[in-house]
Each structure stands twice: as structure tokens, then as C-alpha cells.
Ligand binder design. Structure first.
Ligand code: ARG
Length: 460
């Protein structure tokens, strides 16, 4: 029998029951549901709305349910409409009359809004810890390869020499923004919806500041309609997750490329790669590919949430039950991806010689050759054109800028001297890029230091 049976003369059709029920996916909020009920009951008693005895019975009953759910002694009833109904019915079955008083001055609408915030707040802590772990690993690797020369690319064409450490730190800065975006979204989620009632508050003398404080929120939501119908926090989080996944996906794409024989810049540990069922030579970067693929589903979660909310009149509508699977999927996917990606990165082997060999080809020191002439007084545009001519000559004659003879250089311009070879050496090109934010080893180490200080200051 439904808790709302009074108004109805028939049981719900079994198909409606199944269709309507959310316990399959909202049962994961059982701890938060109980936490909210404990705070609500304590407030009701504090305000004299229920008796102290009832409050004690409720609290004991809820603690018992929590224990039994944690231990597996109590199973969720798949026929229950949702986690809120299930716990209330179970409580009443255990403690009788007092259980029926718990829902005074409350609705499932403000209850679910509270549970979801509490749940996401908890999950965000875990995501933050995982993300900090990833950034910290990027810092370790970047410090280790601060002076490892590799080609930097634009249009996936070799462009200018950089260091592997610098390349990795670029991702650390992206993930740092993700950490800040998540913290920012969490700060806006910091209002407490309980006491909004179904939509219009209540005539009972409740104390919403007390429950807000008990549950660790800065304030109660200031408008009851908004309190029950706001899902911005889900959308903001899904959006922050999408951006985070986009970053992880870009890095995944690079890992896939770097593992290919065409690049062979890195090799993944056997424990983080997979084989082929038919091709014995294969070692596939499945983890990186799956992260790239799962980015699509997180974007899908964001789209689902935005679309569910777009036409809803105030206040609560059942459509909003669809919020949970989307945001839960986003949470699960992000956690799973970071947790698998970080150790993959930590255990990879970096093939420095291959990176250097790739950097030695492709004329990535052409800009430095032009800059050499500029430092000797030639305007940059002229130096650019002249170097272009030298590159064309090298291509024609199968040479590189390093192997072109001094006579050839001097035929192009009298400004060239024997020191040109030092100026265009890969190490010099990289060491010289000391501009703030550049790829020089010293700059990479400074970035690592700055990033580590940021991580230390972030707190738990
Ligand atoms: N299971 C519902 C949800 O997730 C709880 C709120 C139900 N409220 C209602 N008025 N039917 O949204």
C-alpha cells in the first residue's frame, strides 16, 4: 500500500509502478536521506513540533536502518517508489506512530533536493582527491622530463622544439582550472533546500537555519520555489565534468598517438595496455581510447540535464526525477576515468631518444635560425624569408639546417658565422626559450613548483 493511499481507491497499475519508481537508482542516496531526516527530526523536536520521545525513537530507528543497509542485512524493496518512501515506510514498520510524524513540515520535493546536494557534495570530495592525484602525477613526470626535448606541434606538423615536461604541464594547468571550476560550482550548491516543503514552505514554526547549520550549509535556500526546482548545480557539475573529460580526452588522444609506431614517444606498461585477439604483435592503448570514448557519454549527461530542465514550469515536476541517472553517470564516469588514467601515466615508459630523433627532423629550429639573423640586425620578416629559402634548399638536397655547410649559409647571408650551428642546436633552442611560461627546463621546474604549491593550498 502506498504512503499516499488515502486519496486513491485503486492500487497503481504495475506498469505505472515500475515506470514511476526511482529506487533502482536513487537508493545510492540512502545515507544522505537518513542524514537529512535526522537533522529534520532534531529541528522538529527543537521547535516543539514533535515530542522529544518521538525524536529519539526516530533517531534510533534511522540509525538502525542505516546500519542494516550498510551491512546488507536490510535490502532495498524494488517495489518502493523511491528511497525516501522506502526509508519512511521501513522506519514506521520498525517504530510505529513516531515514524509517521517524521514527514511533518517536509515534502519529498525538498527532501530529494537536499539528498542530491549532500550526495554530490560527498562525491565531489572524491573527485577532487582523484584530480589532485592526477595533477600531482603530471608534476612528477614533468619534473622528471623537464629537459627532454620533443617536437611541439601545430596542425599536427612539427613546429618548434619544446620539452616533454612542458607538454605535460600544459595539461596540469587545464586540470587546475577544472579543480577551480568544481570548487566554484560547489560553492553555489551551498544552500539548503529543506523547509521549502512541496513548493510553498510550511505553516509550522520550523527553523531552517538550524537544519542548514546541522547539515553543513551556509544558508537555507532563500526562495522555496527555487529551493525545490533548482537543478543548476547538477548542470554546472555536468558542465565542469564535460570540460574536464574534454581535457582528459585530448591527453588520451596524444597518448594513443604517442604509442603508435609512427611516433613511439612512449610505451605503456603491460598492465595498462591490452592485446589483440588475432594480431599477436598488438599492444593497444585501450584505456586512453576508452577515456576518449567515455567523454561522449559525459557530454550526453550534460545534454540530458539541460534538456530535461528547459521547459519546466515552477516548481517541482516529475521530469526532474530524470536528473539523477544523468548526474550519477557523470560522477561515476569521471571517477572511473581519472582513477584508471593516473596510474597508466605513472607507469608509462618515456622513449626520450625517439622524441629527440623526431625533433631533429622537420626543421623545427627554422624559427631559431631566423631569430639568429634578427639578433645580428636583420628585420624578422626578411630573416623569415631567407630561412624559408634555406629550408627549401635543404629539402631539395636532402639536408637539414644542422648539416647545411657554412658556405651555403654564407652564400645566403654574410651575417651567418660558425656560431649558427650552436644557435640552432635543439638544446640551445629549448634552453633559450626562457620567456615566462616557455618550455625551457627552468621554466618547467618553476611551473611544477607553482603547481605543487597550489595543490598543497587546496586542502582536503
Ligand atoms: N523520486 C522523486 C525524484 O527523484 C522524489 C520526489 C517526488 N516528488 C513528487 N512530488 N512526486 O524526483
Amino acid at each position: 500500500m502506498k504512503l499516499w493511499a488515502g486519496r486513491f481507491s485503486k492500487e497503481a497499475d504495475s506498469r505505472v509502478n515500475d515506470f514511476n519508481s526511482s529506487i533502482r537508482f536513487d537508493s545510492r542516496m540512502f545515507r544522505e536521506d537518513i542524514q537529512g531526516s535526522l537533522a529534520h527530526a532534531a529541528m522538529l523536536a527543537g521547535q516543539g513540533i514533535i515530542s522529544q520521545e518521538d525524536e529519539q525513537a526516530i533517531a534510533q530507528g534511522l540509525e538502525g536502518i542505516l546500519q542494516d543497509l550498510e551491512s546488507g542485512k536490510l535490502a532495498f524493496d524494488p517495489d518502493a517508489e523511491d528511497i525516501h518512501m522506502f526509508i519512511e515506510a521501513e522506519l514506521t514498520a520498525r517504530i510505529g506512530q513516531a515514524g509517521k510524524r517524521l514527514h511533518t513540515a517536509r515534502s519529498r520535493n525538498d527532501q530529494v533536493a537536499l539528498d542530491l546536494r549532500l550526495y554530490l557534495r560527498r562525491e565531489l570530495k572524491e573527485i577532487k582527491a582523484l584530480l589532485k592525484g592526477l595533477v600531482s602525477e603530471l608534476c612528477n613526470q614533468a619534473a622528471k622530463y623537464a629537459d627532454t626535448v620533443m617536437p611541439g606541434y601545430t596542425h599536427l606538423q612539427r613546429a618548434q622544439p619544446i620539452t616533454f615536461g612542458h607538454h605535460l604541464m600544459a595539461y596540469a594547468w587545464m586540470f587546475r582550472r577544472d579543480l577551480l571550476r568544481l570548487a566554484d560550482a560547489a560553492a553555489r550548491m551551498d544552500s539548503m533546500p529543506l523547509g521549502s516543503g512541496a513548493l510553498a514552505g510550511t505553516t509550522y514554526p520550523i527553523d531552517r537555519w538550524q537544519t542548514a547549520q546541522a547539515l553543513g550549509f551556509s544558508e537555507p535556500c532563500p526562495n522555496s520555489l527555487d529551493g525545490v526546482s533548482d537543478r543548476d548545480y547538477c548542470i554546472e557539475l555536468a558542465s565542469a565534468f564535460s570540460i574536464l573529460m574534454m581535457h582528459l580526452s585530448r591527453l588520451s588522444e596524444e597518448v594513443v598517438a604517442w604509442c603508435s609506431w609512427e611516433f613511439k614517444f612512449i610505451e605503456l606498461d603491460d598492465a595498462f595496455a591490452t592485446g589483440s585477439s588475432i594480431m599477436p604483435q598488438k599492444k593497444n592503448p585501450d584505456v586512453a581510447e576508452l577515456v576518449r570514448g567515455k567523454t561522449g557519454r559525459v557530454y550526453g549527461d550534460l545534454m540530458a540535464l539541460l534538456t530535461v530542465m528547459k521547459g519546466l514550469p515552477l516548481a517541482y515536476n516529475k521530469d526532474m526525477q530524470e536528473d539523477k541517472e544523468a548526474i550519477f553517470d557523470g560522477v561515476d564516469t569521471v571517477k572511473l576515468c581519472i582513477a584508471t588514467f593516473t596510474p597508466m601515466l605513472a607507469t608509462m615508459t618515456v622513449l626520450k631518444e625517439n622524441m629527440r630523433a623526431a625533433a631533429a627532423k622537420g626543421f623545427i629550429n627554422a624559427t631559431d635560425c631566423a631569430d639568429y639573423l634578427v639578433k645580428k640586425g636583420m628585420p624578422f620578416r626578411d630573416a623569415y624569408k631567407l630561412t624559408g629559402g634555406l629550408v627549401a634548399q635543404c629539402v631539395r638536397e636532402g639536408k637539414t639546417l644542422e648539416t647545411l655547410s657554412l658556405a651555403d649559409y654564407q652564400r645566403a647571408s654574410a651575417l651567418f658565422g660558425p656560431d649558427v650551428y650552436e644557435a640552432i642546436s635543439l638544446d640551445a633552442c629549448v634552453q633559450g626559450r626562457t620567456s615566462y611560461g616557455g618550455p625551457a627546463p627552468a621554466s618547467v621546474l618553476a611551473q611544477v613548483e607553482q603547481m605543487r604549491a597550489f595543490l598543497d593550498g587546496l586542502g582536503e
